[in-house]
Design a protein around this ligand. Structure first.
Ligand SMILES: [Zn+2]
Length: 201
């Protein structure tokens, strides 16, 4: 075997070694096969109506907008530390850490929670181009996100969210079970009773 032959052989061996290493890296870098996102929640309008108050249904399932500075918003303003879940499916959406006061009359957050449960998509209704925000898990309409308005927040984004789309859970309370949509129903029945109660004198 001459020198040239040996060099070729060495080079070939090195290439094989690299190929094996690459293969190993590809195997170890594979994304985990375990489903990290909870399964999608799909229901008919009739099923949603059973779980939600008429206002929650109108906002989340028909892309409605609640009136600004409403009762749900007043309640939102009084809430302390905690987490905001989707009123339809209990997916985590926002936390009180990203909450800020924008003065617009709807709950405002400068970012979503680390759970990344909010999906953004283009909305061209009403002759405007806006970014709609929906729940990733059940497609509930939440509101819109606006950018570059000059708010002194870390992102300069304003997630303008309907209070009716959110379920607040204080920091010291148990988080809702993703599978237990019955909880939504119990809360909805209570809220509905309050909505339908005659106004207090
Ligand atoms: Zn949801």
């Amino acid at each position: 075997m001459n020198l040239r032959h040996t060099a070729c052989l060495l080079a070939a061996t090195a290439l094989v070694a690299i190929a094996i290493a690459d293969d190993k890296a590809a195997t170890t870098n594979k994304p985990p096969t375990v489903e990290t996102q909870p399964a999608k929640v799909v229901k008919t309008d009739a099923e949603w109506r059973k779980l939600l108050t008429p206002e929650q249904f109108r906002v989340t399932r028909t892309a409605g907008t609640e009136r600004p500075f409403g009762e749900a918003y007043e309640l939102f303003n009084k809430q302390g530390e905690g987490t905001y879940f989707c009123v339809c499916c209990n997916a985590e959406l926002f936390t009180s850490k990203e909450k800020f006061h924008s003065g617009c009359g709807w709950p405002s957050f400068y970012d979503t929670s680390k759970a990344k449960g909010v999906l953004e998509r283009r909305d061209t209704t009403l002759g405007m181009t806006r970014i709609e925000t929906v729940c990733k898990r059940c497609d509930a309409h939440l509101g819109h996100v606006f950018e570059g308005e000059g708010y002194k927040t870390p992102t300069d984004r304003r997630f303008c969210i309907n209070a009716a789309a959110l379920r607040f859970v204080p920091a010291n309370a148990a988080k809702p079970d993703l599978k237990d949509l019955e909880q939504s129903k119990k809360d909805a029945l209570k809220a509905r009773a309050e909505e339908e109660a005659p106004p207090k004198p």
